[in-house]
Design a protein around this ligand. Structure first.
Ligand SMILES: NC(=O)c1ccc[n+]([C@@H]2O[C@H](COP(=O)([O-])OP(=O)(O)OC[C@H]3O[C@@H](n4cnc5c(N)ncnc54)[C@H](OP(=O)(O)O)[C@@H]3O)[C@@H](O)[C@H]2O)c1
Length: 235
C-alpha cells in the first residue's frame, strides 16, 4: 500500500492528481491550507484531509506528526504554488516587480517546498520506495525562456519563473543528497486552473499526467530530472 501526500490538493492539478492516484490504489492525503476546502475535496475523492499551509512551520510540523501517527508516507507531491498578480490580473514584469512580490512567491513556491520536504524526510526515509515530485513549470527552464523560438520566451513575469528555476535546483541538490529516493521536477503544461484565471489550454486531466507518472516512478526510475509528458526538458 502506497501512501501519498499532495500539497495544495483541494483544487486544480493537485486535486486531479489525487483523483488519479487514488484510482491507482494510493492512500492519498489532501493537503489544504483551509480545513473546510480540504475536508470537502477529501470527501469527494475518498481521500484523507490534512491541514497544511506550506508557509507555516507549525502547520507543516503538525501535518507531519499526524501522518506519521497514521502510519507514514511513501510519496510527497510538492504541488502548492502561487503566481504574483497585479490588480489588473497581469503579472509584474521586470520594470514593476518588487522584492516583496518576489518574497511572497518564493515563500510558497520555494521555501514551502524545502520546509515540507524537510518535515517529511524522516517519514520518507522509512519507506521502501520513497518518491518526491516537485511541481515546477516550463517557465523554470532558462533554456526555454531565453530562446525566442519557444512560447515561454514571451512570458514577461519575473517572480514565478525565478521561483520555479529555484525549485529545479532544489530538486537536483536533494536528488544528489538522497540517492535512495526518486526526486524529480515536472512541468504539467499550460493548464486551465485558478492559477491562470482558467486561461490554460490543457485540461487538468492532461496537466496531471506527468505528475501522476512521476509519483508512480519505479525505484530504478530516473531521479534528479525535469520532465513533461513528452520526456526530459532542457534546464
Ligand atoms: N496551471 C498551470 O498552467 C501550471 C503550469 C505549470 C505549473 N503549474 C504548477 O502546478 C501547481 C498547481 O497549480 P494549479 O495550476 O493547480 O493552481 P491552483 O488551482 O491555483 O491550485 C493551487 C493550489 O495551491 C494551494 N496553495 C497556495 N498557497 C498555499 C499555501 N501557502 N499552503 C498550501 N497550499 C497552498 C491552493 O490552495 P487555496 O485553494 O487555499 O488557494 C491550491 O490548492 C503549482 O505549483 C503551479 O505553479 C501550473
Amino acid at each position: 500500500m502506497t501512501t501519498t501526500l499532495i500539497t495544495g490538493a483541494n483544487k486544480g492539478l493537485g486535486y486531479e492528481t489525487a483523483r488519479r492516484l487514488i484510482a491507482a490504489g494510493h492512500t492519498v492525503y489532501i493537503g489544504s491550507r483551509d480545513a473546510e476546502r480540504g475536508r470537502r475535496a477529501a470527501a469527494e475523492l475518498g481521500a484523507r484531509p490534512v491541514v497544511l499551509d506550506v508557509t507555516d512551520d507549525a502547520s507543516v510540523e503538525a501535518a507531519a506528526k499526524a501522518i506519521e501517527a497514521d502510519g507514514g508516507l511513501d510519496v510527497l507531491v510538492n504541488n502548492a504554488g502561487i503566481e504574483a498578480r497585479l490588480p489588473d490580473n497581469g503579472v509584474p514584469g521586470a520594470a514593476d516587480v518588487t522584492a516583496d512580490q518576489m518574497r511572497t512567491v518564493f515563500e510558497t513556491n520555494v521555501f514551502g517546498v524545502v520546509r515540507v520536504t524537510h518535515a517529511f524526510l524522516p517519514l520518507l526515509r522509512k519507506s521502501e520506495a520513497p518518491v518526491i515530485v516537485n511541481v515546477s513549470s516550463g517557465l523554470a527552464s532558462l533554456a526555454a525562456v531565453s530562446d525566442p523560438a519557444t512560447p515561454a520566451y514571451a512570458y514577461p513575469g519575473v517572480a514565478y519563473p525565478a521561483s520555479k528555476t529555484a525549485v529545479n535546483m532544489v530538486t537536483v541538490q536533494f536528488a544528489k543528497a538522497f540517492p535512495e529516493m526518486r526526486i524529480n521536477a515536472v512541468e504539467p503544461g499550460f493548464t486551465a486552473t485558478d492559477l491562470n484565471g482558467r486561461t490554460g489550454t490543457q485540461t487538468v486531466e492532461e496537466g496531471a499526467e506527468i505528475i501522476v507518472r512521476m509519483a508512480r516512478v519505479a525505484p530504478d526510475g530516473p531521479t534528479g530530472g525535469y520532465f513533461d509528458a513528452e520526456g526530459r526538458l532542457p534546464w
